[in-house]
Ligand binder design. Structure first.
Ligand code: FES
Length: 106
């Protein structure tokens, strides 16, 4: 699937299936970012959160913030957000769920 075909909500977040695994895709500026769809704190669903002005994803439950690029918990609670590299290629969006290989989202 090409980036324009991902069903982003108005908050620029989408949940997608990547090889049978649900992940969250965030869109900020010119970039796409892939990360766990549930918050590492208490499993809030990021797709219902928002992206702040600095490009951090904000969990809808307790509002902890995470850098979509490197997974850092920038609001300081000490959690870490699992994230993966994204490549937009001619044939679609690819997420590196495995270090050894990239899996196509669609
Ligand atoms: S569940 Fe996400 S901040 Fe608590």
């Amino acid at each position: 699937m090409h980036p324009g075909e991902i069903a982003f909500k108005e908050n620029n977040l989408a949940e997608v299936d990547a090889g049978g695994k649900t992940i969250c895709i965030g869109r900020s500026g010119s970039g796409l970012f892939a990360f766990a769809h549930k918050c590492p704190h208490a499993s809030g669903f990021f797709v219902n959160g928002f992206i702040d002005a600095l490009g951090n994803v904000v969990c809808p439950v307790h509002r902890y913030k995470f850098c979509m690029k490197n997974g850092r918990n920038v609001s300081g609670e000490g959690y870490y957000l699992k994230h993966w590299p994204v490549e937009v290629r001619e044939d679609g969006v690819w997420v590196g769920l495995d270090v050894e290989k990239l899996f196509g989202l669609f």
